[in-house]
Structures are given as structure tokens and as C-alpha cells.
Design a protein around this ligand. Structure first.
Ligand SMILES: *Cc1c(COP(=O)(O)O)cnc(C)c1O
Length: 377
């Protein structure tokens, strides 16, 4: 029995361009050690956990009314966090940076337009582009997953995309972009250039944020999130910094009252605890560097990482290694790059559990001979 009519997706008058597509789907499995979606594993500061119910209680009595539509106070807090003289008018917030990216696709891409990204990159970028009826163009990276400024500029010049989506540090490879790549792309891009900086807080010293390029580039947009370094993935809060005109453009497509009063209040409370929240960043970077060191010692190759995860390989059968690790209670991510897997840096214990499991798996896995390897880092 079921309470609604029976039928399959194939029977519905779905948009032709969505037929056969797969939804985003990192498995949410109940395992001891889940290191597959780049969350912050460290517990939230107790002072923040205690403050959240008070902040919610304060708005509870107003929930008969719609939330403040422009989220001005929250945007002011986010602008203050980013610094660099950014103002409320130059910052916009939504339910996760995925919603921000979707709004940007609606405003600047859309039917008949093109979006170029350099794959392998965040799996949501093509899904978001196709979701608004745009064509996603697969830009090429070098064999070591990097993209050089002249190559990036050549590809953008050749394809003339309406939107370029860069990701720095890049998920799933982990490396931050050389700011020269962003500059080279901005110099030739005919449309908007978005830099997805979901992992910016984890970057190694010397890495430059695209925020520093905003004053000279009216078509540059930088997106950030509270899901990763801030450890607030469950809150759903992402934001962008760009010229005030970009924020005006987004108003044309955003849903009214999209950010609930509860979200706004909790996000502001979290931002008031920024120092405590970000105090885990150094510990996570230590675990990340430990993964690179130990996994390399076990015979793996690791991509250099500016993020809270590590891409490791190279395996003849990465799916098999993924399953073997799961068998040992550790969930990592098969990101679809043949031979490679991605693991999130967790707490000391979680990271240790992963490395122990990896050591066990490696004892039974024939390492690839260098001449068999497809990727050279
Ligand atoms: C995790 C991630 C995001 C975050 O999305 P939210 O919707 O803010 O949780 C955005 N971009 C990239 C590249 C990511 O890996």
C-alpha cells in the first residue's frame, strides 16, 4: 500500500535535459568513522552550544512573522569577518553556498548559456549549471590536477563561457589556485567569474584569497561557507562577496524570506564565537598533514592539500579500496577519479582509525608500478 499514485520517473513529463541525470549523493551511512563529506569533526565550543538555544528563544516569539528579508545584520557580521573594507551591500547570504551558487547560476547562466569549470572539481558545479538549463563545459587540467594561468586563459578565450566557476582550494584535489590563474581568467572572461572558496580557512600559508582581487574586478564573485572550517554544516549558511551590483542581480532570483529567522539568529551567534570555532583549524591542518605523511609512507601518492581533506591513490581499483575501508568501519569518498579516493581530516582518533585501516588495506593491495600510474603528481 502507498498513499499516492504509483509510477516511475520515466512516466513523468520531466524536462528532457534532466532525463538520465543523477542527483548529488554522498552516501550518509551509519559508520563509526565518517570522513566522506569534509565536515569539521571536532565538537562545537560548549559556549556556543549553550548560546544557541538562547538565541533561538529570542526569536521564537516572532516566528508568526516572516524573517527580515535582507538579513542585514547577519550580512554586516559576515562582512566584518571577511574584513578588507567589505560592506553589507557587497555581501549576500543564503542557505549554504550551494544556494548562493544556484542563485548565481539563475542570475548569470540559465537556458542557452554556458558555464566552464576545470574538472575534476566540486561535483555540484555541473549539477547546478545543468539545473538552470545551462551547458557545463569541462575545462582541462594538467596530468597533476593543476591548471596553469595560460592554459586557463586559453580555454576561457576559446569557449567564451557566460560564467567561469573556479574552486580554490579545489575539491576534490585539495590544492589552492595560483592567484595568477584567477587574474588570467579575469583578463579574458567575457562574463562572470566565480571563485568557490569553501575551504579558504584551511589554506597553507602564502595562499592568496580572491577576495583581495575584488576591488579591481566588478565581475568577480567569491563564495564562502560556514559548513567547513566553522563546523556549522548542519546550520546551512553560505555567502558571497562581490560588487554591490552583483548583490542587486541576485535579488532578482532569490526566494523571498529565504533565510529563516532561526538561521539568521544562530548564524549571528556562531559568528560571535568565530575565534573559538576557528580554533580547530590548526588541529585539522595537523591531521591533514599527518594523513599525507603517513599515507605516503604506506606507499600511497597524495595530492598536496590546502583544504581539510586529502586525495590519495593511486589504486588499480579504488572502488575496492573504498569497500575494504568501509568494511573496517571507515567511510571515505569515491569522487569518481579512476584510481583515487578522498578522505576528510578528522579528529586525532578518527584520523588514526583511518590510517590504521589504510595500513591494513595496503598490506593486501599491490601498489601500482610507476609505469602503470595514470596521474603524476
Ligand atoms: C562543501 C562545499 C561547499 C559547501 O556547500 P554548503 O552548501 O555551503 O554546505 C561549497 N563548495 C565546495 C567546493 C564544497 O566542497
Amino acid at each position: 500500500m502507498s498513499g499516492a499514485a504509483q509510477g516511475s520517473l520515466a512516466d513523468l513529463p520531466l524536462r528532457d535535459d534532466l532525463r538520465g541525470q543523477s542527483p548529488y549523493g554522498a552516501p550518509q551511512l551509519d559508520v563509526a568513522v565518517a570522513l566522506n563529506t569534509n565536515e569539521n569533526s571536532f565538537p562545537l565550543p560548549q559556549a556556543l552550544v549553550d548560546a544557541i538555544p538562547l538565541a533561538v528563544a529570542e526569536v521564537a516569539g516572532t516566528l508568526n512573522r516572516y524573517p527580515e528579508r535582507e538579513a542585514v545584520l547577519l550580512r554586516a557580521d559576515l562582512a566584518a569577518y571577511l574584513g578588507r573594507g567589505l560592506t553589507v551591500d557587497e555581501v549576500w547570504a543564503a542557505n549554504g553556498s550551494n544556494e548562493i551558487l544556484q542563485e548565481l547560476m539563475q542570475a548569470f547562466a540559465g537556458p542557452g548559456r554556458t558555464v566552464l569549470g576545470f574538472t575534476p572539481t566540486y561535483s555540484m558545479h555541473p549539477i547546478l549549471a545543468r539545473g538552470v538549463g545551462s551547458t557545463f563545459i569541462d575545462g582541462m587540467r594538467a596530468g597533476d590536477f593543476t591548471v596553469a594561468p595560460d592554459s586557463a586563459a586559453e580555454q576561457v578565450a576559446a569557449h567564451q563561457p557566460d560564467v567561469v566557476l573556479l574552486c580554490s582550494p579545489n575539491n576534490p584535489t585539495g590544492t589552492a589556485l595560483d592567484p595568477e590563474v584567477v587574474r588570467a581568467v579575469l583578463a579574458v572572461a567575457p562574463g562572470m567569474v566565480i571563485v568557490d572558496e569553501a575551504y579558504a580557512e584551511f589554506a597553507r600559508p602564502g595562499s592568496v584569497s580572491a577576495l583581495d582581487l575584488l576591488p579591481e574586478h566588478p565581475r568577480l564573485i567569491v563564495t564562502r561557507t560556514m559548513s567547513k572550517a566553522f563546523g556549522m554544516a548542519g546550520l546551512r549558511l553560505g555567502y558571497l562577496a562581490a560588487s554591490a551590483a552583483v548583490v542587486d542581480a541576485v535579488q532578482l532570483v532569490r526566494l523571498p524570506y529565504h533565510l529563516s529567522s532561526v538561521t539568521q539568529a544562530v548564524a549571528r551567534t556562531a559568528l560571535a564565537h568565530t575565534a573559538a570555532l576557528l580554533s580547530t583549524v590548526e588541529a585539522i591542518k595537523t591531521q591533514r598533514d599527518r594523513i599525507v605523511r603517513v599515507a605516503t609512507g604506506l606507499g600511497c601518492v597524495c595530492a598536496p592539500s590546502d583544504a581539510n581533506f586529502v586525495l590519495f591513490g593511486e589504486f588499480a581499483d579504488a572502488g575496492r579500496v573504498w569497500a575494504d575501508l568501509l568494511e573496517l568501519g571507515v567511510l571515505v569518498r569515491d569522487v569518481g577519479i579512476p584510481g583515487w579516493l578522498r578522505v576528510t581530516a578528522g579528529t586525532d582518533e578518527e584520523t588514526g582509525a583511518f590510517l590504521d585501516a589504510l595500513a591494513e588495506v595496503m598490506r593486501q593491495t599491490e601498489p601500482m608500478r610507476p609505469d602503470q600510474q595514470r596521474t603524476r603528481l
